[in-house]
Design a protein around this ligand. Structure first.
Ligand code: 1PR
Length: 523
């Protein structure tokens, strides 16, 4: 029996699913005595350092945890669960951690994008059983803005390079912690978890890599999901957001099956977009939640879900907040949520008032679950203009001349799946949402969607250069060369595609094979 400490803040379901997949039963801590009686305790920390410690204090779990750890009993802290082992964090300066190891968590202050999101490698520094059956060259999944800075080098189990070399796992005796997420690191992560759960014997030699580690470029498979006219939830795919073909919603397959297939094929992440979420409220439309639950039992890479994350009042007058929707998504297995339409409204209000209210969905969800959990889905459409100052927006010189010979254009944000254009450009939306606490931008392009003609490089460059959070390039992938092109010509951290994967024109592995040797990639 494995005990999992869930303080109710995020996606603990993935950890439980991973442990159960490995054949173990799970008991979730509900009282202090569950910690005392645990044989093995797994602590997946999610959210912010301050809210984690506040909840642990409220639930009177801090002292039992400290006692457990000081007795050198079997423990694995994941992400924030590892950072909790230290005394404090710059994330919440006035809040004390567990203080088992000396040191504190610091915010990355580096030129590269923060959060550090994606697959990176590790340098192993101790003979730890955690890495049995691995070569030391593997990549594991990270998502964090803070890293631990310890005063005791003997606790460092692994380090990772991301502009600086930072501590990515710690171990002292039976107390271990990983900054990365084994439960989201595919088969490698399951091996690491299994080594912990099975009390594997430490190796005689340390296996380690000779070269620096690199954050790899992520390849993301996207599944646009909606009900068809018979009410079945299906994966669909549009051409410039039009998902109907001869009147019917195009049916590309079943959501859970396709997601599992893309996981097996090597996708670094899976994104579900509930594309009618703007009209079908997700907490009434429970099949999407069920899709997520089923997928997270089988897919051990990060899952993002978007669609319908907004405040809502149902026909009986019951009110739901965007945080309620996001929380349900996280509880059901999502690692990140993506906000589309509502982000534009939030940005408009913030720009108008110049005041952060702390109450918008972006601010609240990033406060509770961390910035890295909040993705903004931008759905822009190109609008041509004759001159640079014809409109009060970010206008760019375009290589694709307009129908009347226009040399300039701006990218207009839309809501409701492209149905409504707004008086805001994509750069302004991305920058404003970053300011409000978003951790990543999913940059679609309606003009490119489904065209197979390549990513919109000028749009991606303009947005990526305007923000310091990671950008996912999306829309237009038609062949493997489009992926090498987007990574060579823009600073996008990842590339997302849908149609070519659904139509089986290009397997994910072919994209990876093509990129190998050109950019860092997870094999
Ligand atoms: O507005 O918060 O409820 O979120 C709705 C979400 O649904 C948004 O993220 C929005 O992008 C998405 N969405 C709404 N309508 C559509 C549609 O297609 N009719 N899909 C839609 C967006 C675009 C991409 C697509 C890429 C790659 N899908 O995600 O997967 O363009 O496609 P390709 O590789 O085939 O070119 P809210």
């Amino acid at each position: 029996m494995i005990t999992v400490l869930d303080y109710g803040a995020g996606n603990v379901r993935s950890v439980i699913n991973a442990i159960e997949t490995l054949g173990y039963d799970v008991k979730v801590v509900s009282h202090a005595h569950d910690i005392e009686s645990a044989d093995k305790l797994v602590f997946p920390g999610v959210g912010s350092f301050g809210s984690m410690m506040r909840i642990l204090n409220e639930k009177k779990l801090v002292e039992p945890l400290r006692k457990y750890l000081l007795a050198n009993r079997s423990f694995l802290g994941i992400c924030l669960g590892m950072q909790a082992l230290f005394g404090k964090s710059e994330e919440s300066p006035n809040i004390e951690g567990l203080g088992i190891f000396p040191g504190q968590s610091r915010r990355f202050d580096i030129p590269s994008a923060v959060p550090h999101i994606g697959w990176n490698g590790i340098h192993i520094k101790q003979k730890s059983s955690l890495f049995n059956n691995l070569t030391g060259e593997e990549n594991v999944y990270f998502v964090h803005s803070f890293y631990v800075d310890t005063e005791d080098p003997s606790v460092i189990l692994t380090s990772t390079d991301y502009d600086i070399e930072f501590v990515s796992a710690v171990q002292k005796g039976n107390v271990m912690g990983t900054q990365f997420h084994p439960e989201k690191s595919g088969k490698v992560g399951l091996t690491i978890l299994k080594n912990f759960l099975a009390d594997a014997t430490p190796p005689a030699e340390i296996v380690t890599r000779s070269t620096k580690t690199d954050l790899t470029k992520r390849i993301i498979a996207c599944l646009d999901v909606r009900a068809n006219d018979h009410g079945d939830l299906i994966v669909t795919k549009g051409d410039q957001y039009d998902v109907r073909e001869e009147g019917d919603v195009r049916n590309m397959g079943k959501p859970v099956e396709l997601a599992q297939q893309y996981y097996e094929d090597g996708a670094d992440e899976i994104t579900f977009l509930n594309i009618t979420g703007f009209r079908d409220f997700p907490l009434e439309d429970m099949p999407m939640i069920e899709v997520l639950k089923q997928t997270s039992k089988k897919v051990f890479v990060p899952l993002t879900i978007g669609g319908g994350i907004r405040d809502f009042t149902d026909k009986d007058g019951k009110q739901y907040t965007a945080l309620d929707v996001a929380s349900e998504y996280f509880r059901s297995g999502a690692d990140k949520i993506s906000i589309g339409s509502d982000a534009v409204t939030i940005a408009e209000e913030y720009i108008k008032s110049g005041q952060k209210t702390g109450e918008s969905a972006i601010e609240i969800i990033s406060e509770v679950y961390g910035n890295q959990a909040v993705v903004i889905s931008v759905d822009p459409r190109r609008v041509y203009v004759m001159t640079k100052d014809e409109v009060p927006h970010h206008v760019l010189a375009t290589e694709n001349k307009g129908p009347n010979g226009e040399n300039y254009c701006w990218y207009q944000c839309t809501i409701k799946g492209g149905r409504e254009g707004k008086d805001m450009d994509a750069v302004t939306l991305a920058k404003t949402c970053e300011e409000l606490g978003a951790g990543e931008i999913l940059l679609n392009c309606i003009d490119k969607d489904g065209t197979n003609s390549g990513f919109n490089l000028e749009l991606i460059n303009t947005v990526r250069n305007a923000v310091s959070i990671p950008v996912i390039a999306s829309s237009g992938a038609g062949k493997v060369e489009h992926f090498s092109e987007v990574f060579a010509k823009t600073k996008a951290e990842s590339a997302l595609a849908a149609g070519i994967f659904h139509r089986k024109e290009v397997p994910i592995q072919a994209v990876k094979d093509h990129l190998k040797g050109k950019v860092p990639i997870r094999s």
